[in-house]
Design a protein around this ligand. Structure first.
Ligand SMILES: Nc1nc(=O)c2c([nH]1)NC[C@@H]1CN(c3ccc(C(=O)N[C@@H](CCC(=O)O)C(=O)O)cc3)C=[N+]21
Length: 296
C-alpha cells in the first residue's frame, strides 16, 4: 500500500515556521505583514475559503483585510479598490478570489494588481518571471505540490513527471516548477491520445483536471508518487449528502503508487499555507527586511 502524504500535517508545520518568521518581521519592520483578500459575490464555498484564509493569516501573526463586495460590483469599482490596495503600505499581498462573476474580466482584474503584491502569482509579470527563472511569486497550489514532492523524494532531477491539466493556475505553473527542478515534464490534457500510456511512464503524477476519480491505479507505474490536486464534490452514499474526492481514484491508485496525497488533507491545506508564505516573503521585499527563505 502507498504511503499517505500528509499535506495537512506538513501545512501545520509550515504555518508554525511562518508564525516565527512573522513575529520577527513585525519586530524588524514595526508593523505586521498584511494580506488583503477580495471576494465578489456570495458563493458559499468561496466564503468558507476566505474565512479560513483570514483565520490562518491572523493565527500566523499577520494582518488580514477582508473586502466583501456585492455580486453586481462594477469592474470600475473593483479596479478602484485594487488601486487603493496597491498603494496601501499596510497591505503586502492582494488576493482576488476566483472565479469572479461573469460580468468581470479576470485578466483585466489580475493585470491591475501590483505584481509585487500578487501573492497568487497570477499576474503575467509573475508568470514570465517563473518561466524565465527570475524571483517573483509562484502560484500557491503548484508550489505546495513541489514542497510535498521535495520533502518525500529529495532531488527531483531526471525524474519523469506527468502533469494532467493545463490551467493557468495549476497545470502550466506546475510544469514550469517541475522543469525548474530538472524533471522531464509532460503536460497531458483532454486532447491527449492514450492518457494511460502517458501516465504509465511517470515517476511523478500531478492530477489537476477537475474530473472526479479519473486517474486509475492500473495506469500508474508501480511506486510512482501521486499528487492529487482535484477537489470535487460528489453525491455521497447517504441521500442528499456530498463527499469530497480528488481527480485520482484513490482506492485503486493507493495499491500501486509508492506515495499519494489524500483528498481532503493533501494539497488543499498546502495552498493556504503557501499563500501565507508568499505574503510574508512579499512583506520582507516591500519593507526591505532580509528573510532567510530556507527557514520556511
Ligand atoms: N485567487 C484565488 N486563489 C486561490 O488560491 C483560490 C481561489 N482564488 N479560488 C478558489 C480556490 C480553491 N482554493 C482552496 C484552498 C484551500 C483548500 C483546502 O484547504 N481544502 C481542504 C478542505 C476542503 C473542504 O473540506 O472543503 C482539503 O483539501 O483538505 C481548498 C481549495 C484556493 N483557491
Amino acid at each position: 500500500m502507498a504511503e499517505v502524504i500528509d499535506g495537512k500535517a506538513f501545512a501545520e508545520g509550515l504555518r508554525e515556521r511562518i508564525a516565527v518568521a512573522s513575529t520577527a518581521f513585525t519586530a524588524a519592520a514595526g508593523r505586521p505583514a498584511g494580506l488583503a483578500v477580495v471576494l465578489v459575490g456570495e458563493d458559499p464555498a468561496s466564503q468558507v475559503y476566505v474565512r479560513n484564509k483570514g483565520k490562518q493569516t491572523v493565527a500566523c501573526g499577520m494582518a488580514s483585510f477582508e473586502h466583501k463586495l456585492p455580486a453586481d460590483t462594477t469592474e470600475a469599482d473593483l479596479l478602484a479598490l485594487i488601486a487603493q490596495l496597491n498603494t496601501d503600505p499596510a497591505v503586502d499581498g492582494i488576493l482576488v478570489q476566483l472565479p469572479l462573476p461573469a460580468h468581470l474580466n479576470e485578466q483585466t482584474v489580475i493585470a491591475a494588481i501590483n505584481p509585487d503584491k500578487d501573492v497568487d502569482g497570477f499576474h503575467v509579470v509573475n508568470v514570465g518571471r517563473l518561466a524565465t527563472g527570475m524571483p517573483g511569486f509562484v502560484p500557491c497550489t503548484p508550489l505546495g505540490c513541489v514542497m510535498l514532492l521535495r520533502d518525500r523524494l529529495g532531488s527531483l532531477a531526471g525524474m519523469e513527471a506527468v502533469v494532467i491539466g493545463r490551467s493557468n493556475i495549476v497545470g502550466k505553473p506546475m510544469a514550469q516548477l517541475l522543469l525548474a527542478e530538472s524533471c522531464t515534464v509532460t503536460v497531458a490534457h483532454s486532447r491527449t491520445h492514450d492518457l494511460p500510456a502517458v501516465v504509465s511512464r511517470a515517476d511523478i503524477v500531478v492530477a489537476a483536471v477537475g474530473r472526479p476519480e479519473m486517474v486509475k491505479g492500473a495506469w500508474l507505474k508501480p511506486g510512482a508518487t501521486v499528487i492529487d490536486v482535484g477537489i470535487n464534490r460528489v453525491p455521497a452514499a447517504e441521500p442528499g449528502k456530498t463527499r469530497l474526492v480528488g481527480d485520482v481514484d484513490y482506492a485503486s491508485a493507493s495499491t500501486v503508487a509508492g506515495a499519494i496525497t489524500p483528498v481532503p488533507g493533501g494539497v488543499g491545506p498546502m495552498t493556504i499555507a503557501v499563500l501565507l508564505r508568499n505574503t510574508l516573503v512579499a512583506a520582507h521585499r516591500n519593507a526591505g527586511v532580509v528573510l532567510d527563505e530556507s527557514a520556511l
